[in-house]
Design a binder for this molecule. Structure first.
Ligand code: ATP
Length: 208
């Protein structure tokens, strides 16, 4: 399994940290991660699977973290520079990016870290735990994403850098709703992800 331990201490590397629930991962995530990695000349972009996305818990059932990790591993297979990370799952408990950066820094003391997120998530960043630690230890980079229902997003903090990447407006919520409705998702999710969803009967019933 590829993660910070697996590629060992990295000196001076530029590491992207793209966190998410990934329930499930879809091509929107992959396009953003690949494009930001290329634009910022990052050595690697870690897709960090949240163990317990505490801001989403309670709003809907969340798929077991090990299955979400398996889907991210399947989604990133063969994509150079994209690596699934189980760091937050191994740490357990609620997932905080501040803790993740501290753990990554211990493994790669000389690396530069970029936290990557869509502008929708960036607009909410002040609701994160210990957000000052995030800004102290990483550059926060947002790529443009439309607001959930087309409503313009509020202005972002001045210390968030913006990059432009091609937009592909799908969400995990859309994918789950399609599966529940018996619609196809094979263009929206890589084949390995579709296979896991089918094999485990994910998202067929219930609240998307
Ligand atoms: P959900 O619909 O369940 O809320 P999501 O599709 O928004 O999920 P998350 O795993 O919550 O996915 O998001 C992780 C990160 O991926 C966030 O920074 C979010 O902005 C970004 N993201 C989600 N969908 C897309 C997309 N279509 N294109 C680019 N980035 C995306």
């Amino acid at each position: 399994m590829a993660d910070d331990d697996a590629h060992g201490p990295v000196r001076g590397a530029r590491i992207g940290v793209f966190g998410g629930t990934f329930d499930p991962p879809h091509v929107g995530h992959l396009i953003a991660a690949c494009e930001v990695g290329e634009v910022l000349e990052l050595d690697v972009v870690l897709l960090v699977v949240a163990h317990r996305p505490w801001q989403k818990v309670g709003s809907r059932p969340i798929t077991d973290a090990s299955l979400r990790l398996a889907m991210v591993e399947a989604a990133t297979e063969g994509l150079e520079g994209l690596v699934a990370s189980d760091l937050e799952i191994r740490r357990g408990g609620d997932s905080y990016t501040a803790d993740t950066l501290a753990d990554l820094r211990r493994g790669s003391p000389d690396a530069e870290f970029c936290v990557i997120l869509g502008t929708d998530a960036a607009a909410q960043i002040d609701t994160w735990g210990r957000v000052d630690e995030v800004f102290a230890s990483a550059t926060v980079v947002a790529y443009e994403r439309a607001g959930a229902d087309g409503i313009p997003l509020p202005p972002l903090r001045d210390d968030i850098a913006i990059v432009r990447v091609p937009r592909f407006e799908v969400s995990s919520t859309d994918v789950r709703a399609r599966v529940a409705a018996g619609r196809r998702i094979d263009v929206l999710c890589p084949p390995g992800v579709v296979r896991i969803i089918d094999d485990h009967g994910l998202y067929r019933v219930g609240d998307p």
